[in-house]
Design a protein around this ligand. Sequence first.
Ligand code: ADP
Ligand code: MG
Length: 222
Amino acid sequence: MVRVENLTFGYGADGFRLRVPEFSLDDGERVAVVGPSGSGKTTLLNLIAGILRPDDGRIDVAGTEVSGLSDAARRRFRASRIGFVFQDFALLDYLSARQNIFYPYRITPALVLDDAARDRAERLASACGIGDKLDRHPGGLSQGEQQRVAICRALVTQPKLILSDEATGNLDPDSKARILDLLFEQATEAGAAVLAVTHDHELLPRFERVLDFAQFREGATA
Ligand code: ADP
Ligand code: MG
């Protein structure tokens, strides 16, 4: 599902540099990403999602070399193929929760907002406990509720790759477990692979593999 080779990326000449010699994620595989704050976890997710472009090396997602696509093509590819739960949610304030969940359909002609998609959104929202809050705007929702909207938006298109950046960070322990259940249940249903950054060490046993980020620091020897 994901193959990263000889990747290097830097924020400007003097900024943080990330080097990933090799990383891959199989179809349907569930991998947790851990590492200290500032070690480049979000940067790697952004590179895989095609939000950032590598300086060198290549990234393939579902058989497409995303690192070789134009900006517009990468945006389309991401919206139709990847579900991304951003660390800061990235909800649009001027849209209701429901409109935020349907946002991938707005920006991607290839995705059709049909009855099945509407049903899916309602079911996801209910399962997340925000079914009665879909007409509210993000400003009228708590952090945890906003996070759930972001999760519904990432799952509604049934992507084959789910990238999750501390999706359970703002939730209480019960909700964390429930949201992960939902994420995995949806992943199983869609046959999706999951790459999830998490600081919740009690959740790690639920993943098939843990990727420790300390090794990717430019200059790291491990
Ligand atoms: P993590 O998610 O592991 O906490 P990040 O990938 O967000 O780490 O950041 C890695 C490093 O890159 C940090 O030192 C951060 O300050 C830096 N960084 C992140 N985003 C930018 C940016 N847009 N411009 C310059 N530096 C950035
Ligand atoms: Mg981060």
